[in-house]
Design a protein around this ligand. Structure first.
Ligand SMILES: CC(C)(COP(=O)(O)OP(=O)(O)OC[C@H]1O[C@@H](n2cnc3c(N)ncnc32)[C@H](O)[C@@H]1OP(=O)(O)O)[C@@H](O)C(=O)NCCC(=O)NCCS
Length: 170
């Protein structure tokens, strides 16, 4: 871990607002140039509600971690394991703290957790036009598999499906 002040801990119910804020700021910086604020708000109102957060915190098949730097939350990861695969739902760092190692620490924890659960691969989607996301995942050795279009509010957003193999292909 590059930043020695970083601590990873499980997310709790009271992290709902914090996690949403980190994701919101991350989206504004990464996707603001091609997803208008109104459309981002529609998406967040649908997918960042308190009830969904509480379910994710309690899910036995999910990994939900918050990275703190000297007590301040700076990034989080949410992923779920099903049928041999781990789906990475969210990995966001506060833009004020990008390139400080929190994303890497959470990714490493995700890979270790996925291996312990015996998963074969990690799968996820990243906005193709984003910059930090695609660069980060290429650094991790993830492979782009295909592209699709996902509506965010009224904006069609191109997303790339990636996979990261935890076992060598046979
Ligand atoms: C992707 C993201 C989570 C990375 O978080 P982070 O805390 O900045 O990542 P780290 O500091 O641990 O970076 C680890 C390595 O990834 C690579 N990397 C990360 N961001 C990069 C960028 N903008 N440009 C080039 N390389 C980058 C670097 O190799 C970096 O190591 P280095 O800084 O020592 O060179 C963060 O940029 C983010 O929230 N992006 C916007 C949203 C997004 O695309 N999230 C993924 C959707 S699931």
């Amino acid at each position: 871990m590059r930043d020695t002040g970083l601590v990873l801990r499980p997310a709790t119910d009271s992290d709902a607002g914090t996690v949403r804020d980190i994701a919101w700021r991350s989206w504004a910086t990464a996707y603001g140039p091609f997803v208008p604020e109104d459309d981002r708000r529609v998406f967040f109102d649908e997918f960042y509600g308190h009830e969904g957060h509480r379910r994710a915190v309690r899910s036995e098949r999910s990994l939900f971690l918050v990275a703190e730097d000297r007590g301040a939350p700076v990034a989080f990861v949410l992923a779920a394991h099903a049928r041999g695969r781990v789906h990475l739902h969210r990995l966001y760092a506060d833009p004020g703290r990008w390139r400080h190692g929190a994303g890497q620490a959470l990714w490493d924890a995700l890979v270790a957790w996925s291996r312990r659960r015996g998963a074969e691969r990690i799968e996820f989607e990243v906005a193709t036009e984003g910059d930090s996301g695609p660069r980060f995942y290429r650094k991790q050795g993830c492979t782009p598999v295909r592209e699709r279009v996902m509506p965010v509010g009224g904006t069609p957003v191109r997303v790339t499906v990636y996979e990261y193999r935890l076992t060598a292909p046979s």
